[in-house]
Design a protein around this ligand. Sequence first.
Ligand code: C2E
Ligand code: MG
Ligand code: MG
Length: 660
Amino acid sequence: MFIMNATTSGAPLALFWVALTLTLLTAVPVTALWYLMRRHGRLEQQLKDLRAIHGFAGRIGRSLDLEEIGEMAISEASRILRADFALLAVVAAGAETQVFTTDDSPQIAHEMTSADWLSLIHDASVVALTGAELAASGFTGFAGCDHALAARVNDDIGTMGVVIMTRQNPSTTEFETCDVDRARSLADHLAESLRRSLLHRQMQYEARHDALTGLPNRTTLQRHLAAASIENVDQQNRYVMMMDLDRFKEVNDTLGHHAGDELLIEFTRRITNQLGPTDFLARLAGDEFAVVTVGHSEDDVIQLAHACVDAAAQPVTLNGLQLVVTASIGIAEISANASDPETALRHADIAMYNAKSRHAGVEVFRSELDRRTPARLSMLGDLRRSLDDGELSVAYQPRLDLATGLITGAEAFARWNHHARGSVPPKDFIRIAEDTGLIKQLTDTVLAQGIVELRHFHNTGHQLSLSVNLSTHDLLDANLAARVGHYLSQHGVNPGSLTLEIAESSLPIEAYRSRSTIQELHELGVHLAIDDFGTGYSSLKDLRQLPVSELKVDQSFIVNMLIDQQDEVIVRSTIALGHNLGLEVVAEGVESKQVLQQLHDLGCNVAQGYAVSRPLDAERFATWLCAGPHPSRRFDLTESGDLEFTTEQQLTPLAAPQFV
Ligand code: C2E
Ligand code: MG
Ligand code: MG
């Protein structure tokens, strides 16, 4: 019975054990299989992810374009991390924050600064964020979302950006540890590409901008001009203004480059303040700036240019010194049918140089101003040949000592008689000579011929002095004093008989090289005169510092001094100023005896002009001189008749001067 019972009750139990054992026996392989499959699935997913990340790295690695990299990064990040939304904020130093999102309308409540973005992730490279944290940082629309990952995009150099990925859909699962790894790996690959792209962008920026002022440079201006020409073919009102600071070099030479840089930055600030939002300002080189304006009339542009000149002329403090540095502006129209935008720049440049030399502040380009015409180029070739062939001659204009009525000297002027053009005025060929470096040869020609003539005057009993004009370029020639000394000693002429004239407008007050040349000439014993006085900017201090012995009042004040009271006051006070400084005062451009008389009465020392004689060639000058009693011709203010030199006058002996 017991056996029976035990068998009956044990059978189900045994069956159960058997079933359990069997169940267990099947569950183990099933679980193992499930585990293996899951592991395989994960490995496969990891492999897929790896492939995806690898593919991503390859794709963004091919691009240098930040826009392309940004767009690609967010679309790939959202795909690889199965995010509903992805965002990349590029916060690289020195550039504006740039945000890329998978959504067209970024859900950012306010302008987030770089610091705001970086505050999302402090130290860790990848962090999980809550919706509340995102909202606190300035995001909206994430309040209900608890699944967000933020990764810093950084390399050894620094942080370049932040990537944020969110899973907003409540049905999606939260980010896991493996997602953090993916995000990290993604951010690392992105960092490499982003760095390359940012460096490229920086190089491009530097290639197109000026490092000191941050303004676009010449290359960018040229592109802008080209684009403006294409986009606005019908647009007539397009102008370019070329600006240049007057005497910037002197600021650099005297106060140092640091002060020069400060001046340029201040100038940029002042000009920027005058411009409208569509005006384009660029720095071309040194103290050269350009503005392109579109849609303004010529009058408006002229007005704008004057406003810029006025703004620039406000005093500026550099190294504790208050200075006034003026600017010159040239304006040229960007013609719709100009062959290239460079033409407008060249025209504006020409107008600007004209404004500078005339001290006009602003000048609009006219074709007459263009000195680089084919005619001018052919003239340059002719001038070079004439100089080589010794065809340039010298004319002499007598200088009358107003106290004694004696001719005590002469000024030498270069004369060029062109075979086809006839007599070319010095103002035309001197500029060509200055622009092309021929001026050195020209000055040498005048000096050499003049000194030979001076020797001749002395030999014939006329103890005259000779004045020769110099150009600023001559003063930059370190050998000038040596050459002058050589010509003088070659002909046994006393250096005290030679005066070198420097126009006031080109007076290099502080330029070191010019000053040392001036000093060497002074030490040699030649006299120095300031020509065209009243047209430049020299101050009393400049006059006292330079070893000058003569002031030549500019002829523009002399011509009308009898009818224009202001001119008369200027002449009168310049004479007083010169005398107070111990200088001899010379009036040039004296065309009438009345003016001669007036100058004599005002105490002016020397007069030059058609009233005495026009410039004459050496031979005629010698004859003219000999027409009066030796040792030098006396000049009679009571002489009647034609004031210009005539053959008759040559032969008429002159009476003693009578200044009545
Ligand atoms: P500047 O040195 O001030 O010379 C005075 C100019 O006025 C000369 O003109 C002269 O011929 C002219 N002139 C003289 N008397 C009168 C007058 O009564 N009325 C008027 N209206 N004009 C008068 P030019 O010879 O045409 O020379 C013009 C300028 O060219 C000179 O001005 C000087 O700056 C420059 N120049 C002339 N020769 C040379 C030279 O050999 N070397 C350099 N570097 N410059 C020269
Ligand atoms: Mg002169
Ligand atoms: Mg003069």
